[in-house]
Design a protein around this ligand. Structure first.
Ligand code: SF4
Length: 106
């Protein structure tokens, strides 16, 4: 006899992205709003909203770790990741002596 609960459990396939709080929100909120953050006041509003979402996210640390890895590998990413904006992530990398100046500037 097969236990129905076990048939659909695939922990090796589940991605941490599936548990991300932002998957249920407007993607613009993490990238400065609908205009992409060109208006400072609007960008600040959306950034704060994004940070609040991140603070309640069960995978925030994992998200931030991935963002920092991407920041190092391909340059600083736009948007709020793990509750941190680009400048905050750059500061974290500098604190850990991981920042290399040859990376794209802010
Ligand atoms: S920490 Fe923020 S950006 Fe990262 S997955 Fe969670 S809600 Fe999304």
């Amino acid at each position: 006899m097969i236990d129905d609960d076990l048939v659909f459990v695939r922990p090796d396939v589940e991605s941490w992205h599936e548990r991300a709080a932002c998957t249920r929100t407007d993607p613009d909120s993490h990238f400065g709003g609908p205009d992409g953050g060109t208006d400072e006041e609007t960008r600040q509003y959306y950034n704060e909203a994004a940070r609040r979402i991140c603070m309640s996210c069960p995978v925030r640390r994992r998200c931030l770790r991935e963002a920092l890895t991407l920041d190092l590998q391909v340059g600083l990413q736009y948007g709020i990741w793990g509750g941190k904006d680009r400048r905050q992530r750059k500061a974290l990398l500098k604190q850990r002596n991981l920042w290399r100046e040859k990376q794209p500037a802010l």
